[in-house]
Design a protein around this ligand. Structure first.
Ligand SMILES: Cc1cc2nc3c(=O)[nH]c(=O)nc-3n(C[C@H](O)[C@H](O)[C@H](O)COP(=O)(O)OP(=O)(O)OC[C@H]3O[C@@H](n4cnc5c(N)ncnc54)[C@H](O)[C@@H]3O)c2cc1C
Length: 465
């Protein structure tokens, strides 16, 4: 029931609150199917680059969407493709094993696993959204939102209206508060802190102790398993940097900022590393000033759609993930792709609420399982010293010594199977399937009910005359 070239027969106005990865992806996806989109982003355009401090991982399930949107070539300019994962002990650097991505497996998932800088990804999405005709207003801080009357107010006092409001305003979301009634993210305790920084690639390659992080034949993701701590490092394209994430225990009593933009002093990060292998200490000493964000295990949010059926949330506003998750950007882009696929079938305004509820129906199961797996991964990486941790390490190393992947068999095997399922997911296919199974049926049932009504009215007329 699409119009010409996959565009909706009826074009409507969308206001997207938040111009992060989710909001910009949403603008691209909705423009692709012919809707009018305005994105409101509180950060001013000239400040965006200073707000981003690190690398972001894009698994195959999101890479395939971006490639489908025609961004494959531009992605190659800003990203590197991951070929293997190397696992070590955080405190000592003891090698647990190396897993090389199976080419066949990646081919089956329909995408590749890539790393880039957050700011480069954001810029790519921004430029694409603008080139497709979206209006993006930097420095537009939304201070209040009304789901009953479908409007938002900016800090300048300006009021803006639309047919649909999309909340893509991140984990501490204004739209979430309007829909749910309180700030779910703020009321969840902090389970760990993420420190996020980058180190210039040339500095690492010039240092004999560190150059192995760039050693071929593989471009690797390095993961360190620690006693209540964990770290991750990987090369990113664009400016030729090495991204570093550290998860450490939360500091007691401090009020943690809930956003990504606040740069902190490097000495604090160094203090927080705890007992840590020398290469990590050295890497950190070469890093840029990091940001610190709390990591939280937020429970699933029940309502993503406002009762009036004109306002919805996507990305981290709808389903906050532990900070630094591999699927953070991926789920936000999947949401955008699914929302737009549904709205490509729009032929009348009365479909809007049912499409928004269908969006939540389609997405909530997938997001809940991904987030549970992300929370599990982090717990696995940060497992405190115990018998299970010893078994984990022994098992991985034994596999590696036997020439196998450390991620084959044992506890890790279960995590690994889940990963395969997560990567293979095709959000756009899922939305198409939903439409064929349910959407078309609903439309037919609605048409039949209208025909019956009409027939009854005609019969009534005949009887009267
Ligand atoms: C500045 C920044 C840097 C980040 N850096 C990294 C990183 O290095 N590595 C990583 O893995 N993840 C990073 N993330 C997180 C990552 O972007 C998200 O996990 C993921 O992409 C999902 O994004 P989202 O669009 O749902 O939310 P977010 O990325 O949080 O985007 C939300 C956007 O909404 C805007 N916004 C919030 N409130 C309002 C309001 N009232 N009015 C207007 N605009 C509003 C915010 O400024 C932000 O741009 C970063 C996020 C941000 C915002």
């Amino acid at each position: 029931m699409n119009g010409i070239n996959g565009k909706a027969n009826l074009s409507i106005d969308f206001l997207v609150v938040g111009g992060g990865i989710g909001g910009l992806a949403c603008a691209i996806a909705l423009r692709r199917v012919g809707h009018r989109v305005t994105v409101l982003e509180k950060t001013r355009d000239e400040d965006v680059a200073q707000m981003s401090h690190g690398g972001i991982r894009l698994p195959p399930n999101v890479a395939k969407i971006l490639i489908h949107w025609g961004l494959g070539e531009q992605l190659k300019q800003i990203a590197v493709t991951s070929e293997a994962i190397e696992l070590e002990i955080y405190e000592t650097g003891y090698l647990l094993g190396v897993h090389v991505w199976d080419e066949e497996f990646l081919k089956e998932t329909g995408g590749s696993y890539i790393f880039c800088h957050h700011v480069d990804l954001r810029r790519l999405l921004f430029e694409t959204a603008v080139s497709l005709g979206a209006e993006i207003r930097g420095g537009a801080n939304v201070v209040s939102v009304d789901g009953d009357d479908c409007h938002v107010k900016l800090s300048t006092g300006e009021t803006l209206r639309a047919d649909v409001i999309v909340g893509a305003d991140g984990r501490s979301s204004l739209i979430q508060r309007e829909i749910v009634g309180y700030d779910v993210y703020a009321s969840t305790p902090c389970s760990s802190l993420l420190y996020n920084t980058t180190v210039p690639g040339p500095l690492i390659r010039a240092d004999p102790e560190l150059s192995m992080f760039y050693k071929k034949p593989y471009t690797k993701l390095f993961v360190w398993f620690g006693n209540g701590r964990s770290a991750m490092g990987y090369p990113i394209g664009g400016k030729d940097e090495f991204a570093l994430h550290f998860w450490v225990p939360p500091s007691s009593g401090e009020d943690e900022p809930d956003h990504w933009g606040s740069e902190i002093d490097m000495s604090e990060m160094r203090r927080q590393l705890g007992e840590c292998e020398p290469r990590l200490v050295k890497l950190v000493s070469m890093g840029s000033p990091p940001v610190r964000v709390p990591t939280k295990n937020v429970p699933p949010i029940e309502d993503w759609v406002h009762d009036e059926g004109r306002m919805v949330m996507i990305g981290e506003a709808a389903h906050p993930l532990p900070a630094g998750s591999i699927q953070g950007a991926a789920l936000a882009v999947e949401d955008a792709a699914v929302l737009a696929k549904l709205f490509s079938h729009l032929i009348s305004e009365d479909q809007i609420p049912s499409f928004l509820y269908a969006f939540q129906d389609l997405r909530e199961g997938r997001c809940a399982s991904v987030i549970a797996s992300e929370q599990g991964n982090l717990t696995f990486q940060m497992m405190p010293k115990c018998e299970q941790q010893e078994q984990r390490d022994k098992h991985m190393r034994a596999k590696y010594d036997a020439g196998e992947s450390p991620l084959a068999g044992g506890d890790a095997a279960e995590q690994w199977e889940m990963l395969k399922e997560l990567f293979g997911y095709d959000a756009e296919d899922e939305a198409d399937d939903w439409w064929v199974k349910w959407g078309v049926l609903r439309e037919r049932a609605k048409q039949r009910a209208m025909d019956n009504d009409m027939e009854a009215q005609m019969n009534g007329l005949v009887m009267c005359h």
